[in-house]
Design a protein around this ligand. Structure first.
Ligand code: CTP
Ligand code: MG
Length: 265
């Protein structure tokens, strides 16, 4: 599957505009190992209501008229099989490439963003980076994230935490209880101006190559804060937009997705 970021214009006004750096890109991450799920297959390939988990995020982006192109990231050893699976499915016209991921999540994102050369990247205004482990992605979340990317250049969906959060010391005694009213749990999509986030990931890659990268980078917002020095706006996500992480999350995802199906989405 070759990248065709420019696509063929038809000469309509909308297409002309879409060719001039106004396209929107989605990056779907499916290159993790799913170690906390302890399942026989990687969690993104686990079957939920008849489809592999990663299919649901692809479907959501495919259905959104404001998303033009999708890059899917899988482990190198899964790329060929996933490409074959997508070709057999036949339901996706926006997937431009299946890209080999890296060791950490940020490596997988960097591989996708830096896969685009400067000319391909110049086609895009915004990018939405999404974990395929969140199959409950809705059209509303995509539209809100895109709107946030355009308004703030860096914007992440999140939800206020419901539990009290404690910071523990090395012996599991409470060290601190942060003010809950200021704590939000981050979700994806994480949405950015493409040049901004691509620059931040290029800087991260340079540090990684120099061996000076500090650890603990768990989301794209941290990369943009750290390497672009740019503020990140948090917008309201969706409590149903869970990250399927441990076995008990699977039943919830099945329930939510079957409710969505019976509601006719
Ligand atoms: N991911 C990725 N590349 C990696 C690590 C993670 O593309 N090197 C993706 C996962 O496939 C997932 C998302 O990032 O969709 C969020 O990561 P997480 O929920 O932590 O998934 P895993 O890393 O696969 O799971 P675990 O941490 O339990 O091993
Ligand atoms: Mg992980």
């Amino acid at each position: 599957m070759e990248l065709e970021a420019s696509n063929k214009g038809t000469g309509t006004e909308e297409n002309t505009e879409r060719l001039c750096g106004r396209r929107n890109l989605a990056v779907v991450l499916a290159a993790g190992s799913g170690s906390r799920m302890h399942a026989a297959v990687k969690k993104q390939f686990m079957c939920i209501n008849g489809k592999p988990m990663f299919w649901y995020s692809l479907r959501a982006f495919e259905r959104c008229a404001l998303i033009d192109d999708i890059l899917l990231v899988t482990a190198a050893e899964d790329c060929a099989q996933v490409q074959a699976q997508l070709a057999a499915d036949g339901g996706f016209s926006k997937i431009r490439a299946v890209i080999p991921g890296g060791k950490e999540r940020y490596d997988s994102v960097a591989n996708a963003l830096l896969f685009l050369d400067d000319s391909a990247a110049s086609c895009y205004e915004s990018v939405l980076i999404h974990d395929s482990a969140r199959p409950m992605l809705t059209q509303q979340l995509i539209l809100d994230a895109l709107d946030g990317a355009k308004r703030y250049d860096a914007c992440v969906a999140g939800v206020p935490v419901k539990d009290t959060i404690k910071v523990l010391d090395a012996d599991n005694y409470v060290e601190d209880t942060p003010d809950r009213s200021r704590l939000w749990a981050m979700q994806t999509p994480q949405a950015f101006s493409l040049p901004l986030v691509r620059g931040a990931y290029a800087a991260l890659r340079r540090e990684e190559e120099a061996g000076t990268l500090r650890g603990g980078i768990t989301d794209d917002a941290m990369v943009v804060e750290t390497y672009a020095g740019h503020p990140v706006k948090i917008i309201m996500g969706d409590y149903r937009n869970i990250k399927v992480t441990t076995p008990e999350d699977t039943a919830l995802a099945e329930l939510y997705l079957s409710e969505e199906r019976s509601a006719g989405h």
